[in-house]
Write a protein that binds this ligand. Sequence first.
Ligand SMILES: [Zn+2]
Length: 388
Amino acid sequence: MLKKLWILPLMLLVFLIPMVSAQAAAKPEITNVRTATRTDANTPFVRTVLDVSGKANPKLYIDNSGEYVFVTLPNTGIGKNVAKSYKPNSNVISRVTLSSRSSSMDVTIKVPRAVTKNDVKVFTLPGATGSKVSSRVVIDINDKSGKLKQWSHWGDTNIGIKGATKPSQSWKPSSTKQPATNVPAYSSSKTYSLTKGLQGKTIAIDPGHGGSDSGAVGTYSKEKDITLAISKKVASLLSAAGANVIMTRTTDVDVYAPYDGAVEELQARCNIANAAKADVFVCIHIDSFDSPSAGGVTAYYNSKTPYDYGLANYIHLQNMKATNFADRGVKTANFYVLLHTNMPATLLELGFISNPNEEKALNSDAQQQNFAESIVKGLADYFNHNGN
Ligand SMILES: [Zn+2]
């Protein structure tokens, strides 16, 4: 008798616990929040993306002052480790705040300059994880400051995909090319060589930006032109050293299509290197920042192979001998091209176009040639050390 009395509450517990947790899992949650700026549209904008673990049905509301943009997600919660406040960009979005209200989530975006409905677009996309139930809520807010000049590197691959561009009238239709995103990411089968010498190596050079995407803009020059000029010099030095050079572009063009999405564009560049079974991938960019005093040279890598760091480091060491720009070091990053190339890769930021002294130097044939030579020396060092 005593035994049976104990069993009943126990059994209730056993049945109730899974029901409670199943209910909790059923309510979609915001699992991640991120922002990026885009200046490759007619009107630059800041994009905020919320990952949601289920279906999302966002509702937009802008207050009378135009200084607050509210997006409500009915029947949505927030993941445990998701921060509730963000300060992404002082010019376009000064603060993003997440707050729970009864069963819904309110996303409040404070903007420093009043916006109207014409400045804000809210839409949903399928989930970034590829899961059928998850979704992304995208909030695009136009830049009214005129200060957005930097095309930020979309390190997060999931922030913009094909379809993300549709709501904007300023986008031109994508080309009918095979979607670049169909190509699988990093292949584990090693195709790259680590033997000594540049002779016979296949080296992919990726001049950042191009065509409809000017990259960062200085007071009189554009990133896409400087990256191409340096890349061409690198290519001719490498060819002279007996390497097989693969360039993702040799003229002022988009590699995938004009006004394409960031993922298509960046994947197209990776595809070229992957298809060529390049031994290394070197991506050349020029940095930019709000303040003109920021400057210096950075080399980025992601340790998807044991040799990405060596590649970045050997080139960076040589780059620092080729300039008087500050040394910002060798850093890890989740940039798209670093992750989606099958070979060791580095992304070089060769100074700041927003820094007047560096912009001037970067437009000079002398500094361009210095960097081209240092990149080639660094590549030679890398192979001569077998990538280590
Ligand atoms: Zn760039």
